[in-house]
Design a protein around this ligand. Structure first.
Ligand SMILES: Cc1cc2nc3c(=O)[nH]c(=O)nc-3n(C[C@H](O)[C@H](O)[C@H](O)COP(=O)(O)OP(=O)(O)OC[C@H]3O[C@@H](n4cnc5c(N)ncnc54)[C@H](O)[C@@H]3O)c2cc1C
Length: 424
């Protein structure tokens, strides 16, 4: 079968790209191994809600219409939202079609699925950034009697056997799971490395409102000095609880979670933890305060019509003077480890030499290096700080589809970043 562009993946990224391809009159098909919004359906834990408010999920030609703009979607609501988007734009999705291989052909690309083969001029990889749990090498030295789960496997506390739990990683997933397990009566220890602390609300408004209004989320990969570092930053330490409560290390300490340094190794039944806990927490506090200062300065320069609360600062993260460096798992009753140490994409089906040594795609803002006509969308800081957020992907799709249209027209298209759109 032949089409101009094959988009692989029908999450928000593939669907937003489909909207822009249609807008530009480019014939295409979207291949999806499951149903629309498959990752939201099958790879998230039961209690998860989006950490971005309802209003902050603007996709091209689609936005929240309900009466709770400041609420946080459950997974079922998120699936409805993404699926509703796909249907409303009439995206040409072929569900239950798994891409098994993508190769170069004489005149473009060949996309082999478990059902058929497609020939096309261009391919957009929209298969997500979180296909595989990224588990550190130290996991291999854990004794076999310790049960392990990744955040892709975790569903709810009932799935975790009795006894203490070590959650490794203190970003959005790790802190939310630690909170849930501790409240369910488990003794949770949380191992903490670099993290991005943020208040849920600031000066009477949601932190995402501020990050959106000040333009922090619109920063582009061309604007910043160290894009490699920016692409590797941990996720925002936030949760979308219905009561708007804030999650941070202090709130976890308040409910009894034990904070400990980064897990560095495991030997003779003992976990070895870094002594840098205080430093990483101070750094996270410092960076949070830096962002709050940016917001305060922005307010001074852009007075709001409405009344807003005065600037505030949050308590520094409380950590033990000398957190333990060694923990005997048997003695402390830890029987389960949950790896909340991030995710990575899976390109095992890609038969084109465009991956770096670590298995990541080499690309310039989504234009894959060394394979003209091949694009990727939905990766961290692909083009903007908000590239992986539902709210950000439409902007990236617009830029990349412009480049793709130029490529098809036989002219090289500068990969410029379109100015911010208020409504797309
Ligand atoms: C735990 C968690 C919480 C998050 N919370 C938020 C949030 O609150 N707000 C927010 O804006 N963002 C959030 N994100 C980030 C982001 O919105 C999600 O990761 C989102 O799923 C990314 O969308 P995507 O379309 O890029 O990828 P995905 O949603 O992963 O879609 C990729 C699609 O590709 C399909 N696919 C993969 N391989 C193949 C193949 N070989 N053949 C065919 N199809 C294939 C998959 O089935 C999937 O449907 C969160 C991410 C995670 C992991």
């Amino acid at each position: 079968m032949r089409t101009t562009t094959v988009v692989i993946g029908a999450g928000q990224a593939g669907l937003a790209m489909s909207w822009w391809l249609a807008e530009r009159g480019i014939d295409h098909v979207v291949l999806e191994r499951g149903e629309l919004a498959n990752s939201w359906r099958s790879e998230r834990w039961d209690s998860l809600r989006l950490l971005t408010p309802n209003w902050h999920s603007r996709l091209p030609g689609y936005r929240y219409q309900g009466d709770d703009p400041d609420g946080f979607r459950t997974m079922a609501e998120t699936v409805d939202f993404i699926e509703g988007y796909g249907r409303s734009i009439g995206a040409p999705v072929r569900t239950h079609t798994t891409v098994k291989a993508v190769r170069r052909s004489d005149d473009g690309y060949e996309v082999i699925t478990d059902k058929d083969a497609w020939h096309c001029d261009t391919v957009v990889i929209a298969t997500g950034a979180c296909n595989i749990a990224s588990v550190p090498g130290v996991s291999e030295s854990l004794p076999p009697d310790i049960a392990t789960l990744t955040t892709l496997q975790y569903r709810n506390p009932d799935q975790v056997r009795d006894g203490g739990v070590l959650v490794v990683g203190a970003s959005a997933s790790g802190t939310q799971i630690a909170d849930e397990l501790q409240r369910a009566g488990r003794a949770v220890t949380l191992a903490i490395g670099e993290h991005v602390r943020l208040p849920r609300r600031y000066r009477g408004k949601d932190i995402l409102w501020w990050m959106d209004s000040t333009g922090v989320l619109d920063e582009t990969y061309e604007d910043i000095d160290d894009v490699v570092r920016a692409r590797n930053l941990p996720s925002m330490q936030l949760a979308g609880y219905p009561d708007q409560r804030m999650i941070d290390l202090n709130s976890l300490t308040d409910i009894g979670v034990k904070l400990i340094g980064r897990l560095a190794g495991f030997s003779q039944g003992k976990g070895q933890f870094s002594g840098s806990l205080r430093n990483v927490c101070s750094l996270a506090d410092l960076k949070m305060n830096r962002l709050l200062k940016v917001i305060d300065e922005w307010v001074e320069q852009n007075p709001l019509a409405e009344e807003i609360d005065a600037p505030q600062r949050f308590d520094a993260t409380r950590v033990e003077e000398s957190p333990p460096l060694l923990v005997d798992f048997a003695r402390s009753g830890i029987r389960t480890v949950i790896w909340a140490t991030g995710y990575r994409p899976d390109y095992s089906w890609l038969d084109i030499p465009v991956l770096d040594k670590k298995g990541y795609l080499r690309h310039d803002g989504g234009v894959v290096t060394g394979s003209p006509g091949l694009y990727v969308i939905g990766l961290p800081f692909l083009r903007r700080r908000k590239s992986t957020l539902i709210d950000g992907v439409g902007h990236d799709a617009r830029d990349l589809s412009a480049n793709l249209a130029g490529y098809l027209a036989g002219r090289s298209q500068p990969l410029h970043t379109e100015p911010r759109l208020v409504a797309i």
